[in-house]
Every structure is written in structure tokens, then in C-alpha cells.
Write a protein that binds this ligand. Structure first.
Ligand code: ATP
Length: 369
């Protein structure tokens, strides 16, 4: 059993509370990604799991054992860092074998494990080389290899791909996911990059100011963010937010942007919004859920789900176009199909997919639907 459990964990550095009341259960064999902006406490959380940082309050369990006072080397975990931390004077084989030698593993067992890890990572031909004779991606593989040979119960990875160029990073993402499938070991991975989180994790933990905002699988997180922070952090380009008020007319509820737009609340969402009539809210819509009404879309565009906006910038991406729009003081982005003819300076009509919209409480920033 290699589940990892955090129970009401805190970390204080003097007056600063870097990790606040985190409770989390990571299942055996799960790939969990901790994601959030710089300083949100990702690394500190990981380092507490590794035993590199003391816990101020709460418990951390690996399997059924509380490990608060267990030394890092006795936790049966392996950690991979951003800077690889390879020994420059040792060749790849010795770098990978080093930890096992220290632990006095028999020579043939070391040989078997290093060869197996090298085979998994496709670095058999590099075993004699020194780190300075390797590319960034190869070094990162060696760093992974050094963790794999330990055959740990849990892998902890702190931004392991951030020193690689964009293309290699994408490739290594896939490789790490495959590696996880192959090794069937619990993995906890830290990144500030939401795309990395979305593409790799079975589940994602979104952190802000040391507090867990939401724990969910990637699609649930994307489609059902708990609050504005998660809605804005996950997804690129980011979700559009516009201040609005809920208005009731007869039996119908509208999201009113102070005369700039007026969008009908779908009938199946009215129950959520009833108590908000007359109140301030924030209207959230993802760029891909806004369409250029001149091109095909799979929903009906009527007066109560459309608005006009000026096109500020047109950014062709090849398969699609990002339109940067200005709408009476609101700036927003629409991700429209490549056939869109919209030009800078045009005023165009846009439709909103009502099935995908979100409303947030203006005060608490919590999602209403
Ligand atoms: P990044 O993505 O920039 O690495 P992070 O989310 O991993 O950020 P942490 O490194 O966990 O953030 O830091 C969380 C907070 O704790 C930050 O405000 C940081 O300045 C603070 N912090 C971290 N380590 C220490 C320390 N040893 N002493 C004092 N403050 C610290």
C-alpha cells in the first residue's frame, strides 16, 4: 500500500503560513499533480511528504503509517528535482547506481536495476557518459532513472521538466505518463503549468495561498471549477470574467452586464440562481464557448445569448483564431473557428453557448453554477 494522506497539515515559516489545513488522500498507484501559481505552497507540501521539511501541525501518512517523524531515507520515496542534481564526475551508470551502492545492495542486483531502468527510459547507450556530455532531456531521464532504480513506493517530482525546451517538455510529459502506467507507482508531481497538470494527472490539486481550492480529475476541474480562481487558472486562454447582476423578469432570469450584455439564465440552472435576483455576480465564459455568429455552431443564437463587440486584435493560431474583443469596457477573448472573417476594427456579433456558462458569487467568488 502506497497511499499518501495529508490530515490537516500546516506549515509555518515564522509568521508566514505557507500551507494551510491541507487534507488530501492520494490513492495507491495514483498520479496526482499539485498545481498553482508561484508561492502557493506546492514545493513545501511535496517537501513535507518527502520529509525534507518539518510539519508544523497535522499528520502525513504513507500507507497506514504516520511518517511525521520518519527520516526521508526511511520513507520509501524517491524525489526528482528540477535541477536534476546529477554528480558531474560520475558517469550515468554510477549516477544511477549511487543510491543503491550507499544502501549496500549486492552488485548483481544494482546491475539488474540500472539496466532495467535504462531500458525503460531508452538510455542504455548513454551509461558510460558523464552528465556534461548529455542534453537536458537526457539528463532528466538519468535523474528519473536514479529514482526508478530505488523502486520506491512513491515518486515525488518537483517541476522536473521546467528546464527543458517547449518541444521536449511536451514529449517528456507523455513519457512520464507512460512511465507511470508501466511502473504502477504512486506519483505526486508539482508544476505551476496548468497544461502540464491537465495532460498528466489522474487528479489535480489546485492550490492558492497554501490552501487547497479543488481536487478533481482534469475534465471536472475544467468544466466545473469550484471558484473563480480555479476557473481562471485552469484553461488557456483563461476563462473570461465579467461583472454582472442577476435580474428577474417574469419567470425568466437574466445575467445583466449593466446594459452592455444581457444573457438568459438557462431554465435548468434557474434553481441555483433564485436567491441571487438583484444581486451582483460574475459571469464566466470560456473563450471556446463564444462563437462568431457568422460561422457554424451547434447551438441556437438568439437575442438572449448574443452580444456585439469590437475586435481589437486577431490572432490566427492555424487551426483556430483568438479574437481579443472589447465590449463597453469589458475585455474578453473568443476562440473561434479558423474560417472566421473577423478583422481588427470590426464590430461583430458573438453567440454564447448557454450550456457552458458559469456564474460566480461576486463576494465569495464561489461558483453558483
Ligand atoms: P514556486 O512555484 O515558486 O516554487 P511554490 O508554490 O512551490 O512556488 P513554496 O516554495 O512551497 O511555493 O513556498 C510557499 C511559501 O513559503 C512562499 O511564500 C515562500 O516564500 C515560503 N517559503 C518557502 N520556503 C521557505 C523557507 N525555508 N523559509 C521561509 N519561507 C519559505
Amino acid at each position: 500500500m502506497a497511499s499518501v494522506t495529508l490530515e490537516h497539515v500546516y506549515k509555518r515559516f515564522g509568521d508566514l503560513v505557507a500551507v494551510k489545513d491541507q487534507s488530501l488522500e492520494i490513492k495507491d498507484k495514483e498520479f496526482v499533480v499539485l498545481v498553482g501559481p508561484s508561492g502557493c505552497g506546492k514545493s513545501t507540501t511535496l517537501r513535507m511528504i518527502a520529509g525534507l521539511e518539518e510539519i508544523s501541525e497535522g499528520d502525513i501518512k504513507i500507507g497506514d503509517n504516520i511518517v511525521n517523524d520518519v527520516a526521508p531515507k526511511d520513507r520509501d520515496i524517491a524525489m526528482v528535482f528540477q535541477n536534476y542534481a546529477l554528480y558531474p564526475h560520475m558517469n550515468v551508470y554510477d549516477n544511477m547506481a549511487f543510491g543503491l551502492k550507499l544502501r549496500k545492495f549486492p552488485k548483481d542486483e544494482i546491475e539488474r536495476r540500472v539496466q532495467e531502468a535504462a531500458d525503460i527510459l531508452g538510455i542504455e547507450q548513454l551509461l558510460e557518459r558523464k552528465p556534461k556530455q548529455l542534453s537536458g532531456g537526457q539528463r532528466q531521464r538519468v535523474a528519473l532513472g536514479r529514482a526508478i532504480v530505488r523502486e520506491p513506493q512513491v515518486f515525488l517530482m518537483d517541476e522536473p521538466l521546467s528546464n527543458l525546451d517547449a518541444k521536449l517538455r511536451v514529449q517528456m510529459r507523455t513519457e512520464l505518463s507512460k512511465l507511470h502506467d508501466e511502473l504502477q507507482t504512486t506519483m505526486i508531481y508539482v508544476t505551476h503549468d496548468q497544461t502540464e497538470a491537465m495532460t498528466m494527472g489522474d487528479r489535480i490539486v489546485v492550490l492558492k495561498d497554501g490552501v487547497i481550492q479543488q481536487v478533481d480529475d482534469p475534465l471536472s476541474l475544467y468544466n466545473h471549477p469550484n471558484n473563480m480562481f480555479v476557473g481562471g487558472f485552469i484553461g488557456s486562454p483563461a476563462m473570461n470574467f465579467m461583472d454582472a447582476k442577476i435580474e428577474k423578469e417574469g419567470d425568466t432570469y437574466y445575467i445583466d452586464g449593466d446594459g452592455t450584455f444581457r444573457i438568459r439564465v438557462p431554465e435548468d440552472k434557474e434553481d441555483y440562481i433564485k436567491d441571487y435576483a438583484g444581486k451582483d455576480v460574475v459571469f464566466g465564459v470560456r473563450p471556446e464557448d463564444i462563437v462568431d455568429t457568422d460561422i457554424n455552431h451547434d447551438f441556437e443564437v438568439k437575442e438572449d445569448n448574443s452580444f456585439e463587440a469590437d475586435v481589437d486584435v486577431v490572432e490566427p493560431m492555424g487551426s483556430e483564431i483568438y479574437l481579443y474583443l472589447a465590449e463597453e469596457g469589458h475585455s474578453l477573448i473568443a476562440r473561434v473557428e479558423a474560417e472566421s472573417k473577423a478583422q481588427t476594427g470590426d464590430t461583430i456579433s458573438l453567440g454564447v453557448d448557454l450550456r457552458k456558462i458559469h456564474i460566480f458569487d461576486a463576494e465569495t467568488e464561489e461558483c453558483i453554477f
